[in-house]
Design a protein around this ligand. Structure first.
Ligand SMILES: Cc1ncc(COP(=O)(O)O)c(C=O)c1O
Length: 407
């Protein structure tokens, strides 16, 4: 895919018409949140303007229409992921989904059971498991990652066979480094041990569009805002028998079957995990994001991202003193780097004066930063709406920043 279809796509994203500090926006922070196409913005606006009603509760027309539209998105996402719609639970994001799963699986964990994570995980895929371990006496073990931040697959498979973990929860792609982990191979290795496998798909839904039946994981979590959708929405897939067996996490209206002061009964999954009024507008907006993605040629978009990534890598590597982290051969298009001993915060602040939006810091992966022996990095993360001009502007701004720092 050359830059022409990308130019077309960029017109769908009104943020690129906005000036930030009097400069055109160069947005390289899609791992934090993606920009939204007009279609998503319009769908949210239309909902509030002409369809707004609560779901599942009313017999009146608007409520029925809202319920139909809301449930249609569940089916759409299920189709997108190649699973059943009753296996999709809406939450407020990947963080909420991981908390729900870690809390729910605590019931089946006991002292000395192994919860297997990796040093690459976002805090959202560490802390809920630490709490689960504390509640149950289970212990956390880590998959091997080398000094560059790359998961060591063969050693990891051997470790899985040796430890026979009760739960393995790992990211499909690292938010800090962009590495794509071979989660299918890890899941396959854990099958003979009956391990419950949880995949943090926050960074993979948009770039990799996984087929979850093929992946064969038990749970998969995501955030809608990292895949063109609105903030405050995410969800999880759970293999139905496992999902339905999880205990209630949060309770209230909508998720119940009957309530009396002598006891309450709950509805089956997914409803039993969706108490209260959901993020209806968010779901409708995400439905528009899924339609948008379905209408694109995924392979072409992926190739476009990858060629921008290669160009970015090549130009960065040509700058003396740049240290790039992570697996550059298998990557969703996120470059994490340092420049000599300069503080990442100073670089990002100076880049911002050029209109460049990148992230600096530990990226909610403090254990990974400790493993790499650094405090943080500068992270430039791409999406298919980026173009070659973004890369050129970023490199020029970086060179300018470096010469300022070297003065
Ligand atoms: C890999 C990964 N997991 C989990 C999360 C948490 O997502 P959210 O903040 O949308 O709940 C993020 C967010 O950056 C992430 O990148």
């Amino acid at each position: 895919m050359n830059d022409n279809p990308c130019t077309q796509i960029r017109h769908d994203f009104p943020i690129f018409e906005v000036s930030v500090d009097d400069q055109p926006l160069c947005y390289l922070d899609s791992a934090a949140t993606t920009q939204k196409p007009n279609q998503v913005i319009q769908a949210v606006k239309d909902f509030y303007q002409s369809q707004n009603a609560n779901v599942h509760r009313g017999l009146h027309t608007l409520s029925e229409q809202a319920t139909t539209a809301y449930e249609a998105v569940r089916r759409k996402l299920a189709q997108f992921l190649n699973v059943q719609s009753r296996e999709i639970v809406w939450t407020s994001g990947a963080t909420a989904s991981l908390n729900l799963i870690a809390y729910g699986l605590s019931d089946s964990l006991k002292k000395d059971d192994v919860i297997l994570l990796s040093p690459l995980e976002h805090h959202a895929n560490i802390v809920p498991w630490q709490l689960a371990a504390k509640r149950t006496g289970a212990r956390i073990e880590l998959l091997p990652v080398d000094a560059q931040g790359i998961l060591q697959l063969e050693q990891a498979k051997a470790l899985i066979e040796n430890l026979k973990p009760k739960v393995m929860s790992i990211c499909h792609a690292s938010n800090a480094l962009g590495n794509i982990n071979d989660v299918a191979a890890l899941i396959a290795s854990s099958k003979s041990s009956g391990t419950v496998t949880v995949i943090d798909g926050a960074q993979s839904l948009l770039h990799l569009r996984p087929d979850l039946q093929q992946l064969d994981c038990d749970f998969y979590v995501f955030s809608a805002h990292k895949a063109l959708g609105p903030t405050g929405l995410g969800g999880l897939y759970g293999r139905y028998e496992l999902l339905n067996a999880l205990p209630v996490y949060q309770s209230g209206g909508e998720m119940i079957d009957t309530v009396s002061f002598s006891g309450t009964t709950f509805r089956p999954a997914p409803e039993k995990f969706e108490p209260g009024t959901p993020n209806i507008a968010g779901v409708i907006g995400f439905g528009a994001a899924l339609d948008y993605l379905a209408a694109q040629d995924h392979d072409a978009l992926f190739q476009h991202e990858q060629s921008l990534y290669q160009s970015l890598l090549q130009q960065l590597s040509g700058i003396d003193g740049i240290r790039i982290w992570g697996d550059t051969a298998n990557n969703v298009g996120t470059v994490s780097f340092n420049y000599k001993n300069e503080h990442h915060y100073d670089l990002a602040t100076l880049l911002n004066t050029h209109g460049i939006a990148v992230r600096s810091g530990h990226h909610c992966t403090q254990p990974l930063m400790a493993h790499l022996g650094i405090e943080g990095t500068i992270r430039a993360s791409l999406a298919f709406y980026n173009n070659q001009q973004d890369i050129s502007r970023f490199i020029a701004a970086l060179k300018d920043t470096i010469s300022l720092l070297e003065e």
